[in-house]
Design a protein around this ligand. Structure first.
Ligand SMILES: Cc1cc2nc3c(=O)[nH]c(=O)nc-3n(C[C@H](O)[C@H](O)[C@H](O)COP(=O)(O)O)c2cc1C
Length: 196
């Protein structure tokens, strides 16, 4: 059974929703899944100053915070994070920056990895965010499992072969669920083959 860590950061709920869809699809494909958020690093006063942000923190209080132990446990990683000024949010980078010890010990190597993102505008950083995270995962020695155009759902849900990218305001249609599900299932399948 492939062990998948679905690790997300979300301020307003989009990436949380995407991560949940991916986790459900991976479980249905037979994977053992941990759905995890990265720790919020914004000051409490800032979080509480926005109703939607505060509400998501409360709604997701039951989701465990990702730890280095989760990274060692998993055979595969699916990261989901919004675009922030053309790149990944500092909350996600802060978690990544705690993993130097595991990286040094070779414990992040040879795991399958895939990335999803979201942004306000379709051409304001989706690919940059996804590719930027993949750059880090190449440092770790992960095996990138991008969806490519290996299923018709990819083209139907925006046509991003690097990883599903959600544009704010778009509906979570059946096509979107199918594209996220395909990406998650493909990651589980290929990571199982890598593990052998
Ligand atoms: C500080 C900040 C920076 C952002 N930068 C971008 C950006 O560069 N491009 C873009 O299209 N959207 C940008 N956005 C919009 C976010 O990508 C959008 O809120 C996010 O995709 C929502 O995901 P979430 O609901 O999981 O938090 C930014 C939002 C914030 C708060």
């Amino acid at each position: 059974m492939t062990k998948l860590a679905v690790i997300y950061y979300s301020t307003y709920g989009t990436n949380y929703q995407m991560a949940e869809i991916a986790a459900d699809a991976a479980r249905a494909a037979g994977a053992e899944v941990r759905l995890l958020k990265v720790a919020e690093t914004a000051p409490e006063a800032v979080v509480n100053s926005q109703d939607a942000w505060k509400a998501l923190v409360e709604k997701t209080a039951h989701i465990p915070v990702a730890t280095p132990e989760d990274m060692e446990w998993a055979d595969a990683y699916l990261f989901s994070a919004p675009t922030r000024f053309g790149g990944a949010p500092s909350q996600m980078r802060a978690f990544i920056d705690t993993l130097g010890g595991l990286w040094f010990a070779g414990k992040l190597a040879n795991k399958g990895v895939s990335v999803m993102t979201s942004s306000q505008s379709p051409h304001a950083g989706q690919e940059a965010t996804t590719l930027g995270l993949y750059t880090t995962f190449m440092h770790w020695g992960c095996i990138i499992v991008a969806p490519g155009f290996t299923d018709e759902s990819v083209a139907k849900a925006g046509g991003n072969p690097y990883g599903y990218a959600h544009t704010q305001g778009a509906e979570f249609t059946a096509d979107v669920t199918a594209a996220i599900g395909h990406q998650a299932r493909r990651l589980v399948e290929i990571s199982g083959k890598i593990r052998g």
